[in-house]
Design a binder for this molecule. Structure first.
Ligand SMILES: Nc1ncnc2c1ncn2[C@@H]1O[C@H](COP(=O)(O)OP(=O)(O)OP(=O)(O)O)[C@@H](O)[C@H]1O
Ligand SMILES: Nc1ccn([C@H]2C[C@H](O)[C@@H](COP(=O)(O)O)O2)c(=O)n1
Length: 251
């Protein structure tokens, strides 16, 4: 006979945890990935990961070392032992390598000209992909990650995957407008067209993989592109819980 006066204890219920949203954006140089990803992250209240900044920081380190960019083993060892700290706040993304803040330095034309040599080093890619997956997996509030292989390699299971494209002329013109007289038109063409050619030898960002939504920004303003991608985000997120079947809660 149960004791009617015993204090009642609620049965333990498995806690439902919302899975953080991951938005993956890839595309060629100048298609607007960084600006768009930052805007989407701000609009949806997510973190922001610029994976290109990690390749640029690795390149900055190589350029400031006595290692030759073509010495693949030495470059991989140098980058592999480096401490890369990237801030995920879309309002103020910063990046440091081995304690040096290189947020501004990695945008210099000298880094843009050399970055493909480091980004096509397969050992460096394996290292940075693993770091990126760890960052994405730890972003409790969800994250927008952009680069060249996010939809295909880094986060192929992301619920929102976008290939952001734009005509080559528009991409070159945008980059020229951004850099102004700091660079010649042939340097801009090198930064956009030659870099895409080299980078596409190790990452597939010219055609959308299965399930990836193509957004063409050629004739869209930045805010139109941000709205279009933000609208792809589900309004509810699945939950995971111990033993219970998955359900949805509001974002
Ligand atoms: N939809 C748009 N319309 C006009 N200009 C844009 C648009 N999107 C981005 N831009 C501008 O184009 C330039 C390149 O954008 P952004 O740096 O975001 O491109 P990206 O794809 O990240 O390039 P990269 O891969 O070379 O770093 C910036 O000056 C940005 O302000
Ligand atoms: N996921 C990524 C991100 C970037 N890269 C390479 C290709 C670019 O030349 C370089 C810098 O990227 P950006 O800042 O211009 O977007 O890094 C890559 O291979 N994979």
């Amino acid at each position: 006979m149960p004791d009617r006066h015993a204090p009642s204890v609620a049965p333990e219920r498995p806690e439902a945890v919302t899975t953080p949203l991951v938005v993956a954006i890839d595309g060629p140089s100048g298609s607007g990935k960084s600006s768009t990803a930052r805007g989407v992250a701000q609009k949806l209240g997510l973190a922001f990961l610029d994976t290109g900044a990690m390749y640029r920081a690795a390149t900055w380190l190589v350029l400031h070392s006595d290692v030759e960019a073509g010495d693949t083993d030495a470059v991989a060892a140098l980058v592999g032992s480096a401490d890369i700290a990237i801030a995920l706040d879309p309002a103020r993304p910063t990046i440091s390598i081995n304690g040096t803040d290189v947020t501004e330095a990695i945008r210099e034309p000298v880094v843009s000209a050399a970055v493909s040599a480091v980004a096509t080093n397969l050992a460096v890619r394996a290292d940075l992909v693993a770091r990126q997956q760890s960052i994405i997996g730890s972003a409790a509030q969800g994250i927008v990650a952009e680069g060249r292989d996010i939809t295909t390699v880094v986060a192929p299971e992301a619920p929102v995957r976008v290939l952001l494209v734009a005509d080559p002329q528009a991409r070159v013109a945008r980059r020229q407008a951004e850099l102004g007289e700091r660079v010649t038109s042939s340097e801009v063409t090198d930064q956009v067209i030659r870099r895409d050619r080299d980078d596409s030898t190790v990452a597939q960002f010219t055609e959308a993989a299965d399930g990836v939504v193509v957004v063409d920004s050629t004739h869209l303003t930045l805010s139109e592109v941000i709205d279009r991608i933000a609208d792809l985000a589900p309004t509810s997120r699945p939950t995971v819980s111990t033993g219970a079947s998955s359900s949805a809660v509001s974002r």
